[in-house]
Design a protein around this ligand. Structure first.
Ligand code: HEC
Ligand code: HEC
Ligand code: HEC
Ligand code: HEC
Ligand code: HEC
Ligand code: HEC
Length: 385
């Protein structure tokens, strides 16, 4: 679905009206308490009243109810003067929560092939930010996507590898609804109680899987990195990987790793003697095993020399906020090796040789997982470290 820039601008203007419009409307309707509509309106007011503040969009003034909700599932014209403005498409059937369409259809109506927003689905990027190397890579969708893909697939009912207790979309969603955007992102940019800064990176849920309190803090003040926050966003609403980096406010923790582990509980775990046990296999060990570090362990000297010899590098955590050159404070984490949404490689791994032009799959010279390992572990034979 492609629309002209002018149409997108019109939408942006008319949708500004939408913030909390639903709530005001609802209050006027005065639905009886207890009725489903009444409950919905009560919650509407709660959403408006709490000072929701999360990522750089779908929060505060950019949380426009009418982007995603429709009151009567029959909207015939826009919210602009004389009914102008774009009407976002409606799904095939009315949805719970007065959504315009089912969650994945709704989110991808803007986030796939629309100039208004970043395109997060499939390799082809025809969204607002053409040609960028999307930090999260891209998702696939069961039954829709045909290209090679590793990483997360929307609509999937598979169990999250390493989850304990076992987690799949069926643990959380309505029957028949597979993995959706809102299993990972909060649609309202709500951060929950006790958030340390009140703003969560990319509107990530603070309770993925069966977890809670998985804060990923960030700051997006141009030019100023706050080392007490987990992410340094160089420019708000700009998703090229060069626009962000990972801080390390606590040298023993990785906030993003703890977030992923909300679902992948035991994956690459160093929690003693459990080896990752998938739903289909139950491998276990009786002695403590080394697992690849995703927090706490810093790069060793020869790794630092190795990675600094490369022209483009995978992302590492840095407690000093210095990624070039990478120093002895650097630590690998999940998104060092995996794109969060996925890419064209198995497991969404980043095959980055360090010598090519950066891509979502790694770089133009990267061909295998060894390129990833060689970012830090000097290559050749024997594999020295
Ligand atoms: C009406 C269009 C529209 C719809 C529908 C929509 N989005 Fe967005 N979204 C945007 C725009 C615009 C931005 C900011 C600019 C960009 O993406 O280039 C954005 C940004 C985001 C961001 C990044 C926020 C940040 O901190 O930078 C996330 C995450 C996101 N959307 C998730 C979702 C999810 C989940 C849904 C479905 C529940 C959804 N969006 C539905 C238009 C939309
Ligand atoms: C980016 C899309 C998006 C926007 C914008 C949005 N919502 Fe929602 N809303 C959703 C989704 C998706 C759900 C269903 C969540 C789920 O299934 O867990 C939802 C659910 C709700 C619910 C049901 C209770 C709940 O929290 O699950 C209420 C009430 C609500 N929204 C009100 C609002 C109001 C009021 C606004 C504007 C201030 C708004 N929403 C803006 C996507 C959005
Ligand atoms: C809300 C739960 C949830 C969260 C949070 C989550 N995952 Fe997953 N993950 C899943 C599920 C479910 C699957 C299996 C279905 C699929 O492939 O989408 C999966 C599969 C994977 C796979 C295997 C993909 C393949 O190609 O076989 C990788 C790798 C992965 N996740 C990495 C991550 C990383 C890294 C993070 C954090 C950035 C993360 N996950 C966060 C639920 C989650
Ligand atoms: C398995 C969890 C997961 C699912 C499912 C998921 N996201 Fe994300 N998303 C993330 C994480 C984690 C990041 C931040 C990645 C990073 O910075 O390395 C992210 C980043 C983003 C961004 C910023 C762009 C970028 O490349 O960093 C947008 C926009 C976004 N997601 C929208 C969506 C939408 C829309 C959907 C559904 C169509 C969705 N996400 C599904 C976990 C998820
Ligand atoms: C040093 C690179 C590296 C880091 C760091 C890393 N992974 Fe992986 N991960 C891999 C590789 C390589 C695979 C492919 C299978 C294998 O070798 O076990 C993989 C596989 C996976 C799988 C799929 C397992 C399966 O059997 O389907 C998941 C899920 C996953 N990783 C999640 C994570 C999470 C969550 C983190 C952070 C806590 C993380 N990874 C950190 C390299 C890494
Ligand atoms: C960003 C840097 C980085 C990347 C990329 C990386 N590693 Fe590592 N690796 C480390 C660090 C740091 C350690 C911990 C060193 C220590 O303190 O012992 C480590 C340790 C290891 C160990 C020893 C584990 C142990 O505790 O016995 C193995 C084996 C290993 N890595 C294999 C791999 C493989 C295979 C890949 C590619 C899939 C890979 N690494 C990618 C940084 C990296």
């Amino acid at each position: 679905m492609r629309r002209g820039v002018a149409a997108a601008l019109r939408l942006a203007r008319s949708a500004r009206l939408g913030a909390c419009l639903g709530a005001r409307l609802g209050a006027r309707l005065g639905a009886p308490p207890g009725a489903p509509l009444g409950a919905f309106i009560g919650a509407l007011i709660a959403v408006c009243a709490t000072n929701a503040r999360a990522g750089d969009y779908h929060a505060d003034t950019s949380l426009r109810c009418s982007d995603c909700h429709v009151m009567h599932f029959s909207q015939s014209h826009g919210y602009g003067p004389n009914g102008s403005g774009v009407v976002r498409s409606l799904g095939f059937q009315a949805e719970p929560g007065l959504l315009r369409a089912s969650v994945n259809d709704l989110c991808t109506s803007c986030h796939d092939g629309d100039v208004l927003a970043t395109d997060v689905l499939d390799q082809e990027n025809t969204g607002s930010q053409l040609g960028i190397v999307r930090t999260a890579g891209y998702l696939a969708r069961d039954g829709f996507s045909s290209g090679q893909h590793g990483g997360h697939r929307l609509d999937s009912f598979d169990v999250a590898p390493g989850s304990n207790p076992s987690w799949s979309a069926a643990s959380e969603n309505r029957p028949g609804v597979g993995l959706t955007c809102v299993n990972c992102h909060d649609p309202h940019g709500a951060v929950g109680n006790n958030h340390p800064t009140g703003s969560q990176y990319r509107n990530l849920r603070s309770d993925p899987g069966f977890s809670s309190g998985r804060w990923v803090t960030y700051n997006a003040t141009p030019g100023a990195n706050d080392l007490t926050r987990d992410v340094f966003v160089r420019q708000a609403r700009s998703y090229d990987e060069s626009q962000m980096d990972w801080n390390e406010p606590d040298s023993q923790r990785s906030a993003i790793a703890r977030w992923c582990l909300g679902c992948h509980t035991d994956m690459h775990s160093d929690s003693g003697f459990t080896v990752f046990a998938s739903a289909s296999s139950t491998k276990s060990a009786t002695t403590a095993l080394d697992e690849h570090p995703y927090e706490d362990e810093d790069l060793e000297d020869e790794m630092i020399t190795q990675i600094n010899s490369l022209g483009n590098r995978v992302k590492v955590l840095s407690s000093f906020g210095i990624w070039s050159p990478i120093g002895s404070d650097a630590t690998p984490t999940c998104v060092t090796c995996h794109r969060a949404h996925g890419n064209g490689n198995p497991y969404g791994l980043i095959y980055r040789s360090g010598t090519g032009i950066p891509t979502e799959n790694g770089d133009t010279n990267g061909t295998s997982v060894t390129d990833l390992c060689n970012q830090c572990h000097p290559g050749g034979s024997p594999f020295t470290h």
